[in-house]
Every structure is written in structure tokens, then in C-alpha cells.
Design a protein. Structure first.
Lengths: 431, 672
């Protein structure tokens, strides 16, 4: 078959937890699915996390088998490192034009042995560790990546050729160019996910310039066993923190940042991280400054109560300002609502901003779907069928439709698969 | 015959893999040490470790080792088998081995998680558990999955929005659906709402758009007044028995019967705020539109028109169906506070939020002024978390001994939505909102909180262990009720708010479904809601294959979340039934006919119908009775194994000899 023209029943855009679940639920019903992922590996944000609430399973214990199931499903084809350029209607279906970015590695022959990576002399900031650790310019993106195929960062490559000489199967191809692929499908699911709200947006919180103020996602990497240091240290000077504070709603429920909504996940991830830190640094004091604690999901309130019982301090008060003392220790200014509303300044070793969620990508141009003022896909029937869009045959799921935790994303993803399957059947029956 | 192909234990080539489990195991157990010890074992060809064996990279290692080293058995020490045993069977099969030439050792739940305070001991235990796994692996025989035809027909229990959504989605996949609803009408709790967040749509209009799709779908059959009374069988082939009651009136004279009926009972649709006849429709426009007799409350007095009886006997009929999978969408009921709690059921000015929504819906248009029991309403208090977020040692457990320590998720937004609607209509009413945390989570919910603040709702924050109290005001006071509490937005100030009406934002409790739980042997959580296998890996599935959950039977959810869960349940049913075939693990009893003498002891202890029976067969010219297993009906529990006096029965994959070998291995001397 012509590799530049592919045909399938469904196209899923985005290989994070939602996209993978949608793809699996369709493929397991016998439909042919193409999964397009922008990054060199599927796995999305979830594969970067440490442990996940409320069960405290390690995130990779849940994600990697799903990634593997996707890779080994005979009805799913993954197009990694690829982006959708345009989508046209084609009868009741669609034709999508996909740009396959050059990996500078021949996918068909690369075995993922990593000899190129070991040979490469160029260290660059590791995007998988949010640029705190280092990685080689040519590398398998991360240890559990799917597909296990190397990718070469041409922007940083010095063309020394060491990788090409090290490769036992002659898979390095410096001349590789981007490729266009046309995909014909009957239905399409948008699962493009989220990004965290920026850490440098708020002047009062130091515009991202304070040495020992990080965001929640970086803390995930610090806590993850696959993380850059495999322990929690503060970035400013590598010191092990003895006092860590979480500032909630640092990027949500804040009209000055253009994010008036609640991001749903931040209370739970802060509590979870606090519990994990309490495990790895038992002597550390951990404080969570909050406006409202929103532990609304199944088992979440009990999780919150457990954290309180563990000695994690919950302080009602919106942090007004974060500054830094002469030792680069962050200082919060906060009104202690429960203690006679006194305004105090407290010094911590490290602060984690509980940043929120915003859409990673605005799909309105390419797909013609309606989005809200923030860029989240808007359903015409948000209650009865939340994954439907205004375009028949195009569905949207997970965090592309609004902030959502993993549990809710997975149900949303299965729901999108259900709606897409119904659409496929109705098209086939000429209904 | 399979035994012949089985290598002798001393000839096996075993690959052993010990997983770090992303730190879950390696934080306690010295994983490298365990692997090192494994390498000393004579049957072990290779022993490796990995950060996560279940990752594609980890699995590829196993696959390659099988192919390149000619492994004949695989043992993996990792998380619980319930999580990834199935994953690794796939790995082993892809490597070219029979998938049952694999043994999964639980080093996380059975070791690192429970011995985190004793790393040395945990490492030794890991070694012993792994040795036991190797001992078992040596004896494993190749097995095939049991393949069964699956009935392409699903049963959905519950005709609320989740059940309707699930039924429609399953039918959309071309699978037959039978939907049963206990009451005479479809719609469930959603029908009792007025406008819904975040659209502001009328709840019943939205609901009926779905009901119309369901009732006109050619693959869906609806039975109201029906419940499940018996279930037998297994995934793909459940035999269910359904009992239906009659509506008691027939189409021709139904209207006349409704008109002629005089007996009245509290109207449950309006949560007892009004009365209705015992011949009734739940609400105007309900489906089915034919009225029904409320058999539970009907006094039995005949109603006659022109000498003709118009209420007929309640003829209960039962019918049987062969079903492939079942969706449980039995929903919730609002928490009902005990009498006297917050003045409920004692003070006429105290209502629950669901009651208040009904009250607002019952008004005949805007009447200029809101009244309650004939008095104008000027000031209202709303109290959050009634029946939710209870604290051990502070709040009394419920009568069933369970503490409602969970958050009911929908009440904050629902309350503020209702308050905003009220203030749009009656801007002069003052609302005092007593809360612990406002949980208007998610994209569009926060705007309800913002709007309420703009609407000058006074928010007063209590601590979970110091909830407000409601009492009658002294005679002659300006208002009938006083709400007292401490406000922790103003330094714990003692406050007393005189109001005309108190709205209790009550939480959700599951509908009582113990009969289903017992019949289907599905688990409930500590919070009484039905329990899924795993919130992320199998979020809508129960441990019983082919039985899935939809909506608020599982946990509190709003309409959007219920519909998503229901569609997810539909997706799982479609996956199970799309091919018309299901596969089961072959861990079932197997009789050695050479040893069986037909005592029948096995049949006496068997708890599953038709799993093991005596059949007449001819052995050496004599007619004899021998035990025969129907694999699809057998759960592999092993009762028959222990009952057989001749040791003629074994459970495939878990034979007595396996256990003996494991026990021997586990008690061996281990030096670290």
C-alpha cells in the first residue's frame, strides 16, 4: 500500500491517556484506527508524572501498559512525530493531511538499541524532564517511549557523525526530510490535551524568576523515579528542602491571568505530592496555602483527610506575593484567614506553584469545531453527549474539552469512542 | 497429551524478571539482589531487572529473550497479578510461548507495600516468593483460553439518564438492548430537575430528547415496572429472569381511571411537598404517557366507571432472557437528614435542595413575591455538605454504621446555580450561604460562584467540625428560623442569621441495591457505592466479567459525568460483544477420569450451577458415573478439589502439585 496514503475507520489526534484510551476502545471493537502524535513518543503528560491520586499507583504502572497495548494492537497504527496540517470533509468522512517530521532516523530499521545516544557528544536540556536534566541530541526520547525509536535534534546536532558510525543497522539519515501523509477516515477524535498555565505570568509570584519556586509539573519530575535527580532537591542550589509550601490556584481562578475557571486537578495533585514528599523527606514541613480545597472525586475527600492526619498543614489564605530573601529562600505574604486574618510573611525553602490547565492547542481552524474563549472544544450538548462537537463525525475528549483529571479523562475518552463507533455504524447503515 | 510436550523440570529454561515498579518495589526491596539470587537457580537461564517491566521496552526484553535464548518459562516479579498478569501473558505469547507458561509474582502488594519498614526482610521475602514462582513455573502446562459464543444482547438496569445513555450507545453499535426500569416511568432523578448547569437548558426537555431516541430505536426494548429477580451464567451468556408488574390501567380507560381515582399519597416526584393520586403520571409529558397504579400505596378499593372495573389486578409476570453483558445504572437518592438534624422534618421552614428545586418548579409562573407556607420569603440560608464530608469522631455514622465521609461533588454548583436562578427572579431576597469549601470545580462551574458573589450572596465559612445549627426563632421574632454558627471568614465570629427558609444542600447516597449486589456478587466500596476494578485501568468494570457500571450507582456525579460514564460503559459492552465471542481464562476444574469413581462429593460442595455434574459413561464395558466439568460455569474456586477423596480433580494452572512445589520452595534456606 502507498505509505503516503492511508485509510482507516478512525483517526485519533493525540497520544496522551485520553487519545490512547479512545484508540484502544475503538480498536478492540474491530475498527481500524490511526493515532497521530505530535511528539516522538506517545504517552502524553501522564507518562511524565510520578504517582497518581487517589490510589498512589506509579503513573508509569498505568500508562506504560496502555502505551504497549496501543503499540501491540493490530488494529492501531501509530504515526508519531507527526502533525495534522489540514482536514477536509470527504462525504460523511474526512481526509486529513499529516506532516511527518523528520526524525533523521529510519523508523523501519531502528531497533532502539541506543548506541547512537551513547556515542553522541552533545548534551541538551531534556524536554521530558522539562529541561532540568540533560539528554543527548540523538536519543530514544525516554526509557519507556513508544515507539522505541531514536530521534535526532537537528537544531543542536553538530553533524559529527559519531551516531551514524555507532549505529549497527545504519539507521541514521541526516538527509531525511519531512513527509506528507494523506489519511482517509470516517470519523475523527480530537484528544490534544492540555498544557500547564505558565509559571512566569504572575508578577506577584516573581514572574518565574525566583530561584526556588517551581511548578507542579516540575515537582512531578523531581518525585518520579525516572526523574533527573531521583530525589527532591531545590533547583537554586541543590539543597534538600526542609520546608516546602504549595501555593494553590497559581494560575486558576484568577481573572488577572485570564484563567477564571478552576482547573480541577491542582488540589489533588498538591495533596498527593505533599504526601509523597512526606514519604521521601520525613522531616520536612509541608504547607498548602489554599482558597478552597476541592477534593470532589471518588475517594478524594478521604485522601485529603489522610493528608491532614499525616501532618500536612493546610492554611486557608490566598498568597498575595512571593519574594526571596538573601539566601534565595522564597517568602510568602499571606493572610491567615483562620488565625484572625493576620497578614504574615513566612519563609520556606522551596515553593511549588499549583499551576492550572489550559488547552495545548486550538483546533478551531483545522477542524472547524467550536471552541470557547479559552480554546477548549465546546460541545453543543455538554450534558448528554459531551464529546460531540458541532461537526458531525468529529468528537473531542479529555483535557482538550476542559480541565479534567485522569479518571475523568479516561471515561471521557471511552465515551468519545462510543460516540464515534455509533457514528461509524450509522454512516455504514446509510442512516 | 499436553503433558508429553512438557519438559521435565530439570530441562526448563526460565527467564526471571524483577520489576522496580517505578520505585514501588525497589524503594523497599533490593531488586538487584533478588535478581542476583535468581541467577544462582539451576533452571534460570537469565534474570534481569527493569524500571517498569510492563512498559513496551520492558516487554520487548522478555519477548526477545524468549526468542533468542529459547526460554521455556517466564516468571515476572512485579505489581499485583490483577493489574498486569494479563499484560504479561500477551508478552509471553508474542514471544512465541504458550501464554500460560508464565507465572506472575506479586512483589508490591504482597511484599514492598506491606513491609516498607523492613527492607531486609522484604528482600528475603521477595527471594522466597520468586523461588516459589520458579518452582511453579517448572510444572506449568500449556493451556488454551476458553472461547465462548457471546449473546449480542445487553441488559441495562435503570431508566435514568445514565441507563438511557448507555442503552442508546450500545444499540448504536448494532447490539440489542433490553432496558428495565423499576418505576412506571423513565427519566430517573434528572426529570425532577428544572434547569441544569452549565447550559441552563430545561432538564426534562434535554432528557426527552434522549428518551425519544431510545424509545424509537429498533434495537432497544423497554420494560418499565420491571426488575431483575434472578441471574445465572457467565459473561456472554447470562440467563436473567425479569419480573414485571402491570400498570393496572389500560389505554382505553386510563384517563378515566386517573380522573376517577380519589386516594391520595405524598408525591415522591415532588419529594413529599405535594400529594398525588395512586393512579398517576410522574409528571406532565412523562414516558410512557399511560398512567400507572402505585401498587405500593394503593388501598385496593375498586374504582368503577359505569359498572366497569378500571383498575385491574396487578398481574406479575416473569420472563427469561439470554444476555451477553449487563449495565448497572441504578442511580442515587438524595441524602435524607435524620429528623431534627438542622431542623429537618421538625421546622416547616427547612427543606432539602431537591425539595426546593421541586418547589420552584411547581410555582405557576412568577407570582411577584416568593412565599413559603403562605409567608413571604425575604431571607434564605443555604447550608452545604449536609450528609457529606462527615468526620470520624465528630459526626455520627449513618444507621448502617457507615460514615458519609465523601464529597458529593454536585451540591456546591447545584446550590449556587439554584441560588442565582432565584436571585434573577427575586433580586431582593438575601441569601446567606454557609459552606466549608466551595467546590465549583471545572470549566464552567466557577462562574456560578462568581455570579453568586456578584449577586451579593453572603458567604459564611464554617469548619467541618463546627457546622451551623438551625433552630426555631423565639416567638414574635421577625423571622421564623435562626441559623447559628461561626464564620471563619471573619475570625470565627459567632453569628446568628434570622431567615424565612433554610435550604440544605444534601449529598448523594446510592439507591439500595443489595439485592443486585448479592445476586451478581459485585462489590461495594466503603462508601456503599458500587466499586469499580480500578479507577484508571478499568474504571467502569466490576470484577464480575460482563457486568459494568454507569452513572451515580458508582459514585456522585453530575449529568455530564454520568453520561460520560454511561457511554464508557457502553464502549466496554461493545468491546465485549462486538465480535460475538468472549474468551475466558482456563483456570477451571479438570477431572482425571482414571481416578474418578463417581462419588459425587464434588457436586455437593460446588457452589456454581451446572459447573460439575455426574455423567454416565462406559468404561471397560461397564456403565459408570463420572464427574464432568462445564468450563464456562466453573469459577475455579477449588472446592471440588478438596472434596474429592481420590484426588481426581485439579484446577488447571493452579494444581495441587504446584502449591506443594511452591511451599517447598518458599521454606527453603535462603542466604542473602
Amino acid at each position: 500500500m502507498d505509505e503516503n496514503k492511508l485509510k482507516a475507520d478512525a483517526l485519533v489526534v493525540g497520544g496522551g491517556i485520553a487519545g490512547m484510551q479512545s484508540a484502544l476502545d475503538l480498536a478492540d471493537q474491530g475498527y481500524q484506527v490511526i493515532l497521530v502524535e505530535k511528539e516522538p513518543s506517545i504517552g502524553g503528560k501522564m507518562i511524565m508524572l510520578s504517582k497518581v491520586f487517589p490510589t498512589l499507583d506509579c503513573a508509569s504502572c498505568i500508562t506504560t501498559p496502555k502505551m504497549s497495548a496501543v503499540a501491540n494492537n493490530k488494529n492501531i497504527r501509530i504515526l508519531s512525530y507527526s502533525e495534522i496540517q489540514s482536514v477536509q470533509k470527504n462525504g460523511s468522512g474526512f481526509i486529513a493531511n499529516v506532516l511527518k517530521k523528520p526524525r533523521f532516523v529510519v523508523e523501519e530499521t531502528c531497533t532502539g538499541c541506543r548506541l547512537c545516544e551513547y556515542a553522541c557528544p552533545v548534551d541538551i536540556p531534556n524536554p521530558f524532564d522539562l529541561n532540568i536534566g540533560a539528554i543527548r541530541a540523538v536519543r530514544v526520547p525516554f526509557s519507556t517511549a513508544v515507539p522505541q525509536i531514536a530521534v535526532l535534534d537537528m537544531d543542536n546536532c553538530i553533524l559529527c557523525g559519531k551516531c551514524a558510525r555507532a549505529c549497527p543497522v545504519d539507521s541514521i539519515d541526516f538527509l531525511q526530510t519531512e513527509k506528507e501523509v494523506e489519511i482517509e477516515v470516517d470519523t475523527l477524535i480530537i484528544a490534544t490535551g492540555f498544557e500547564t498555565t505558565p509559571i512566569d505570568a504572575k508578577k506577584e509570584y516573581g514572574n518565574g524568576k525566583l530561584h526556588n519556586v517551581i511548578d507542579g509539573l516540575i515537582m512531578e519530575r523531581l518525585l518520579a523515579p525516572t526523574g533527573p535527580y531521583a530525589r527532591v532537591i531545590r533547583p537554586g542550589d541543590g539543597k534538600e528542602p526542609e520546608s516546602i509550601a504549595y501555593v494553590q490556584c497559581a494560575g486558576s481562578r484568577d481573572e488577572t491571568l485570564g484563567v477564571p475557571y478552576c482547573s480541577r486537578i491542582c488540589c489533588m495533585y498538591a495533596i498527593k505530592q505533599a504526601m509523597l514528599i512526606a514519604g521521601s523527606l520525613p522531616m520536612a514541613d509541608i504547607t498548602i496555602y489554599y482558597m478552597d480545597i476541592r477534593t470532589f472525586g471518588k475517594g478524594y475527600e478521604q485522601f485529603y483527610q489522610n493528608a491532614q492526619a499525616m501532618g500536612i498543614e493546610f492554611v486557608k489564605g490566598k498568597v498575595a506575593k512571593i519574594s526571596e530573601d538573601e539566601n534565595q529562600n522564597p517568602v510568602v505574604r499571606v493572610e491567615l484567614i483562620d488565625e484572625n486574618s493576620q497578614i504574615i510573611e513566612r519563609t520556606h525553602d522551596m515553593i511549588v506553584l499549583s499551576v492550572g490547565m489550559s488547552p495545548k492547542y486550538n483546533p478551531s481552524q483545522v477542524y472547524g469545531v467550536n471552541v470557547d474563549e479559552f480554546g477548549f472544544v465546546k460541545s453543543p450538548t455538554p450534558n448528554l453527549s459531551s464529546t460531540k462537537t458541532n461537526q458531525p463525525g468529529i468528537f473531542a475528549t479529555g483535557a482538550s474539552t476542559g480541565p479534567m483529571d485522569i479518571v475523568d479523562s479516561i471515561n471521557s475518552a471511552s465515551a468519545a469512542a462510543s460516540s464515534a463507533a455509533s457514528y461509524l455504524e450509522s454512516v455504514r447503515n446509510g442512516k | 497429551m499436553t503433558e508429553k510436550t512438557n519438559p521435565k523440570p530439570e530441562e526448563t529454561k526460565i527467564g526471571v524478571y524483577v520489576c522496580y515498579c517505578g520505585g514501588n518495589i525497589s524503594d523497599v526491596v533490593d531488586v538487584e539482589k533478588v535478581a542476583e539470587k535468581m541467577r544462582e537457580h539451576p533452571n534460570v537461564t537469565i534474570a534481569r531487572t527493569d524500571m517498569s517491566m510492563c512498559s513496551d521496552a520492558g516487554q520487548s526484553i522478555v519477548e526477545n529473550d524468549i526468542k533468542e535464548l529459547g526460554l521455556t518459562r517466564v516468571v515476572i516479579g512485579a505489581c499485583a497479578p490483577s493489574l498486569h498478569e494479563h499484560t504479561f501473558r500477551g508478552t509471553v505469547a508474542r514471544g512465541g510461548l504458550n501464554p500460560y507458561y508464565f507465572h506472575h509474582v506479586g512483589l508490591r502488594e504482597q511484599d514492598s507495600w506491606v513491609h516498607s519498614n523492613n527492607p531486609g526482610g522484604a528482600t528475603e521475602k521477595a527471594v522466597r516468593l520468586m523461588y516459589a514462582g520458579i518452582a511453579k513455573a517448572n510444572l506449568l502446562k500449556p493451556l488454551d483460553m476458553i472461547k465462548l459464543k457471546a449473546e449480542r444482547h445487553a441488559l441495562v438496569i435503570g431508566g435514568g439518564v445514565a441507563g438511557l445513555r448507555a442503552a442508546y450507545d450500545i444499540a448504536g453499535r448494532g447490539i440489542n438492548v433490553t432496558l428495565i426500569e423499576k418505576t412506571p416511568f423513565l427519566g430517573g432523578r434528572m426529570a425532577q430537575l428544572e434547569t441544569v448547569f452549565p447550559t441552563g437548558n430545561n432538564a426534562r426537555e434535554d432528557l426527552h430528547s434522549l428518551i425519544n431516541e431510545v424509545r424509537t430505536h429498533p434495537l432497544i426494548t423497554i420494560h418499565t415496572l420491571s426488575e431483575l429477580v434472578n441471574i445465572r451464567g457467565y459473561i456472554g451468556n447470562y440467563d436473567v429472569q425479569i419480573r414485571s408488574q402491570s400498570r393496572g390501567v389500560s389505554g382505553d380507560n386510563a384517563e378515566a381511571a386517573l380522573a376517577a381515582c380519589t386516594q391520595e399519597v405524598p408525591d415522591d416526584f415532588n419529594y413529599g411537598l405535594t400529594k398525588r393520586k395512586v393512579v398517576y403520571r410522574a409528571y406532565e409529558g412523562c414516558f410512557p404517557s399511560t398512567p400507572a397504579v402505585d401498587w405500593e400505596h394503593y388501598d385496593g378499593k375498586p374504582i368503577e366507571i359505569d359498572g366497569q372495573k378500571v383498575i385491574f389486578e396487578n398481574k406479575k409476570k416473569t420472563f427469561d432472557l439470554r444476555i451477553g453483558a449487563i449495565v448497572i445504572a441504578t442511580g442515587f437518592q438524595p441524602y435524607e437528614p435524620p429528623r431534627g438534624d438542622y431542623g429537618y422534618d421538625e421546622l416547616p421552614e427547612v427543606v432539602t435542595l431537591p425539595q426546593f428545586i421541586r418547589y420552584m418548579g411547581l410555582r405557576d409562573g412568577n407570582v411577584g413575591e416568593l412565599t413559603w407556607k403562605g409567608h413571604p420569603v425575604r431571607d434564605i440560608a443555604a447550608i452545604h455538605c449536609v450528609g457529606s464530608r462527615h468526620l470520624a469522631g465528630v459526626h455520627e455514622p449513618q444507621p448502617d454504621g457507615i460514615l458519609n465521609n465523601y464529597c458529593s461533588r454536585v451540591c456546591c454548583t447545584a446550590t449556587l446555580h439554584q441560588v442565582n436562578e432565584l436571585l434573577d427572579e427575586y433580586p431582593n431576597i438575601n441569601v446567606y450561604d454557609f459552606y466549608e469549601d466551595i467546590r465549583t470545580y471545572g470549566l464552567e462551574h466557577e462562574s456560578y460562584y462568581t455570579e453568586a458573589s456578584k449577586n451579593m450572596v453572603r458567604f459564611l465559612r464554617f469548619h467541618g467540625d463546627q457546622r451551623p445549627e438551625v433552630a426555631a426563632a423565639p416567638e414574635g421574632d421577625t423571622h421564623p428560623v435562626l441559623v447559628k454558627g461561626k464564620d471563619y471568614l471573619t475570625n470565627g465570629l459567632e453569628i446568628e442569621v434570622p431567615v424565612d427558609l433554610v435550604i440544605l444542600a444534601v449529598g448523594m447516597v446510592p439507591r439500595p441495591v443489595d439485592d443486585l449486589v448479592d445476586m451478581m456478587k459485585i462489590p461495594k466500596g466503603d462508601d456503599r457505592f458500587l466499586l469499580e476494578v480500578h479507577p484508571k485501568l478499568r474504571p467502569v468494570e466490576t470484577p464480575v466479567p460482563g457486568i459494568v457500571l454507569a452513572g451515580t450507582a458508582q459514585s456522585p456525579m453530575n449529568i455530564q459525568e454520568s453520561c460520560n460514564a454511561a457511554s464508557a460503559a457502553a464502549a466496554k459492552v461493545s468491546v465485549l460483544l462486538a465480535s460475538g465471542q468472549v474468551e475466558l481464562d482456563p483456570f477451571v476444574a479438570k477431572v482425571d477420569l482414571d481416578k474418578c469413581t463417581g462419588t459425587g462429593d464434588c457436586i455437593e460442595v460446588c457452589e456454581y450451577e451446572d459447573a460439575i455434574v455426574l455423567e454416565t459413561m462406559t468404561v471397560e464395558g461397564n456403565e459408570v458415573q463420572r464427574a464432568v466439568v462445564t468450563p464456562a460455569n466453573c469459577s475455579g474456586c477449588g472446592n471440588c478439589v478438596s472434596a474429592c477423596p481420590h484426588h481426581a480433580i485439579d484446577v488447571q494452572g493452579w494444581e495441587v502439585a504446584h502449591y506443594e512445589a511452591m511451599v517447598d520452595a518458599i521454606t527453603m534456606e535462603v542466604e542473602l
